[in-house]
Design a protein around this ligand. Structure first.
Ligand code: SF4
Length: 245
């Protein structure tokens, strides 16, 4: 059976979405509406381009020796890859069969069963926790953070290697009490390899304008090195492996 999916784009030599050099597949469709989204053109599930797993594998295999030599692999990002669990599961299955490392970059907002099915063939999860505070999360993304926190706990239960990603947005997600609550939630997890703190920036603003959406963070300043260092101090207090580059 030929499994198909819809993608926004691919990047053959990514260096930020997982270890080593990554072939990154940005899937089409996302149920969130993050105020700082860089890819609002990935939101609509019907946009983008249809592609089969066979077609994608042909592309990926061209980069296999390069990717593997660097300790890299493929990363399914988005959009939200868990909106297309059958497609991602098959893609990851084929990659693992070909000895290529698989990483899932997700917000965790998905049906639990869909996530479970994909995890069977996932080597590493990059979990974006956009805020630990339910109201801030809802304001920022338009959805609840419950599925994300549930998935985080499950990933620890099954000891699936995980990187946590947290975007620091001035006046929105940089409240020290809120960050401390997240650190406290994560402190006993034993599957976290890394916590990445990412500064907010406005790279996607022009896309919002092109698509006719209102960009609410127009007046929000970009995050500073100092903000990142302050937040890192909180995670370090809980002995969590935080990185600040
Ligand atoms: S989860 Fe990612 S793709 Fe979806 S809205 Fe948020 S930042 Fe954009």
């Amino acid at each position: 059976m030929t499994v198909k999916g819809r993608i926004h784009s691919v990047e053959s030599c990514g260096t930020v979405d997982g270890p080593g050099i990554r072939f990154v597949i940005f899937t089409q469709g996302c149920p969130l509406r993050c105020q700082y989204c860089h890819n609002p053109d990935s939101w609509k599930p019907s946009d983008g381009q249809e592609i089969t797993v066979d077609e994608l594998m042909k592309e990926i295999i061209k980069y296999k020796s390069y990717i593997n030599f660097s300790g890299g692999g493929i990363t399914a990002s988005g959009g939200e890859p868990l909106m297309q669990p059958v497609f991602i599961k098959e893609l990851f299955r084929r990659c693992q069969e070909a000895k290529i490392h698989t990483a899932l970059d997700t917000s965790g907002f998905a049906s639990f069963e869909a996530a479970q099915s994909v995890l069977e063939y996932t080597d590493l999860v990059l979990l974006d926790i956009k805020s630990f505070d339910p109201k801030t999360y809802l304001d920022l993304t338009g959805v609840s953070n419950e599925p994300t926190l549930r998935l985080a706990k499950y990933l620890n239960e099954i000891q699936k290697p995980m990187w946590i990603r947290y975007v620091l947005v001035p006046n929105l997600t940089d409240d020290p009490g809120m960050i401390e609550a997240l650190a406290n939630f994560l402190k006993d997890f034993t599957n976290i390899e890394k916590i990445e703190l990412l500064p907010f920036h406005k790279m996607g603003e022009y896309k919002w304008e092109e698509l006719g959406y209102e960009y609410l963070l127009r007046d929000t300043p970009a995050g500073t090195r100092e903000d990142i260092e302050k937040a890192a101090t909180i995670f370090k207090k809980y002995n969590l492996p935080v990185e600040t580059n």
